[in-house]
Design a protein around this ligand. Structure first.
Ligand SMILES: Nc1ncnc2c1ncn2[C@@H]1O[C@H](COP(=O)(O)OP(=O)(O)OP(=O)(O)O)[C@@H](O)[C@H]1O
Length: 589
């Protein structure tokens, strides 16, 4: 993608914008205008559905909001179309915010179903309003003009449509390669990891939703002034499904997939509307049948969409290492060695009648590694989740650096200075190792969506990547910066998670079974990294199954059994304890 933006993209954009100056027939100018308009809507779906994982069938309704707002304001109220654009976009933002608050917390199939509902509702509203002309719509929408220059012709609208569509595509590319963009990319793989890095997942679902709505409304505004008339049918649920179809066929995970899909669907539709009725011998929308078959074929054989064929031909290029010498990110005050960092006091968790954690207490001092061990079902993970804010406590206190953080969300816990890894690695496989680690620096940076889209966040990004690289160097993975995280073996993936946690500048590192599933050599590499971190003064809480791994590493151990604390002490004390042998190692040892 970066390579595209550097060399090929400017050339392609220039070529596209030159088209109206060439002797291209009017028919093709019109076709390209529709492709640009559709691509704008599909681009929103790339962000919303492809990247953030939120399926919407209702985008056509937002196109309608933009189109009807300008049509009504410019005809009935004689408002300038440019002012009507602002009103239309503002209205789309407002509608998206209201719908987003109502529906974006839904999961599974409920969200797509909700988009169908509001897609239908908005469309029926447009079609039944007297002042909007009901099903006849609004005629006589004025042509746009810039100063004295009229944009009444298809050729002049072409320039505006394509400048908007390509500009939006570039802005979205910028966004996806930025702090908020990485947060949006993290949404698809569940919310747990992103929240643990301090990211408000709801906020970024909303950002993706509003952005998609704005792009659709922008398309609607252009559409109204290009067609010079609006009526409800282009903003129906069927059209909403077609927009999703375009994005999926083109490649819903790729910015240029939106353009590929819009072009393929528009051109195919036109050809099929001529060919199929002639073949079948009667008129009808037979192209829909072909579209259904194409969709099945694409989903089965090219799930990433047709754009991947083009993408494969383009040379891949690594991110330019332009962050050398960047200023360090802000960091938090370091705890004094020996200071009580974490004081877990009689924490309890009940699941119905089951007491999973029964009044457990332990402390961790700055600079210590503490191991929490116990047989299966002992309550280690539950304790870990109580400390890290994933689960709420039934009773008890968790004091971290002098503050009672019991009941705080994992986002607040991250903010307070505890950072965690996961028993089952949680990462974004299609992002590089460096980008995954940079997610950890989210709370230490501040660039927002608009700043990122306008590329005004570069200095902060340099600082962030310098920090991410430093953390990867710290754990010995500096040679893997640009590798895709999904291509790593489990051992390096776990180390990458530790680097991501370190990137948050934690006072306490929480590791959930970091050695699980690792081969001996990988375990040794992990133990070396943890020893090195301890020598640097970092404090660690380690939940682990592997006794050998823990014994050689930690300063203190708390052993749990059936939710209660069996013993707490040094590794030697724990190893000598007959209770531990009985409960954990088995009496025959
Ligand atoms: N969400 C839940 N709802 C009901 N019971 C639960 C829930 N989570 C854990 N438990 C129960 O609480 C007890 C402690 O589980 P926990 O996962 O904390 O143990 P563990 O020591 O981490 O075990 P393992 O090493 O197998 O992961 C178990 O009996 C488990 O079945």
């Amino acid at each position: 993608m970066r390579n595209l933006s550097k060399f090929i993209l400017p050339l392609l954009c220039a070529a596209m914008l030159l088209v109206p100056a060439l002797p291209v027939p009017e028919f093709w100018i019109t076709q390209l205008n529709y492709i640009g308009l559709y691509a704008l809507v599909a681009l929103g779906l790339v962000v919303l559905t492809g990247v953030a994982g939120l399926t919407s069938f209702g985008q056509a309704a937002f196109v309608g909001v933009g189109a009807y707002t300008t049509a009504w304001l410019t005809t009935a109220m004689q408002v300038s179309p440019w002012l009507a654009l602002l009103v239309g976009v503002a209205l789309a933002v407002l509608v998206a915010l209201v719908l987003g608050v109502l529906t974006l917390r839904m999961s599974g199939h409920y969200l797509p179903l909700a988009t169908i509902c509001w897609g239908l509702a908005l469309n029926y509203t447009m079609a039944n309003m007297e002042f909007l002309g009901k099903y006849d719509g609004i005629l006589g929408v004025p042509a746009l003009s810039i100063g004295d220059m009229s944009l009444a012709s298809g050729r002049s609208m072409y320039v505006l449509i394509w400048v908007t569509a390509l500009g939006a595509a570039i802005a979205v590319m910028h966004l996806l390669d930025s702090r908020p963009g990485r947060a949006i990319r993290a949404l698809k793989n569940g919310t747990t990891m992103a929240e643990a890095m301090g990211i408000s997942t709801f906020r970024y679902k909303m950002v993706a939703f509003v952005l998609a709505a704005v792009l659709a409304a922008l398309s609607g505004w252009l559409f109204a002034h290009f067609q010079r008339t609006v009526n409800p049918s282009p903003f129906s649920l069927a059209k909403g499904i077609e927009f999703l179809f375009m994005a999926v066929v083109g490649g819903v995970g790729h910015v240029w997939g939106a353009f590929t899909g819009a072009a393929v669907v528009k051109l195919l539709e036109d050809q099929l509307q001529v060919i199929l009725p002639a073949l079948i011998g009667s008129s009808g929308n037979f192209e829909t049948i072909v579209f259904g078959l194409v969709l099945i074929g694409v989903l089965k054989y090219v799930p990433d969409g047709l754009w991947t064929f083009v993408k494969r031909l383009l040379p891949a290029q690594q991110r330019e290492r332009d962050w050398v010498g960047a200023a360090p990110l802000p960091s938090r005050s370091k705890p004094v060695a020996g200071e009580v960092l974490l004081d877990v006091n009689k924490v309890r968790k009940q699941f119905g009648g089951l007491v999973a954690v029964n009044d457990i207490s332990f402390t961790i001092r700055a600079g210590d590694i503490m191991g929490l061990i116990g047989p299966n079902g002992a309550g280690k993970s539950t304790t870990f989740n109580l400390v890290s804010g994933v689960l709420g406590l039934t009773s008890g206190q968790v004091n971290f650096r002098g503050r009672n953080v019991a009941g705080w969300s994992s986002r607040q816990i991250a903010q307070a200075g505890m950072s965690r890894t996961f028993q089952h690695v949680k990462m974004i496989p299609e992002m590089t190792v460096l980008e995954n680690v940079a997610l950890g620096g989210y709370l230490r940076t501040s660039s927002g969506t608009l700043k990122a889209m306008l590329r005004l966040d570069r200095e902060e990004e340099r600082r962030l990547f310098a920090e991410a690289e430093a953390q990867l160097q710290r754990i010995g993975m500096a040679d893997k910066l640009h590798e895709l995280a999904g291509n790593l073996a489990l051992g390096p993936q776990r180390l990458m998670e530790i680097a991501r946690a370190l990137c948050t500048d934690p006072s306490l590192l929480l590791l959930d079974e970091p050695a699980a599933g690792l081969r001996l050599k990988e375990k040794q590499a992990l133990a070396d990294v943890l020893r090195q971190l301890k020598s640097e003064g970092l404090s660690i809480l380690l939940v682990e199954h592997d006794m050998d791994f823990v014994m050689g590493l930690v300063d203190h151990i708390t052993v749990m059994e059936f939710g209660t604390k069996l013993i707490s002490g040094t590794p030697a004390q724990v190893q000598a304890s007959p209770e531990v042998r009985a409960a954990y190692l088995g009496t025959e040892h």
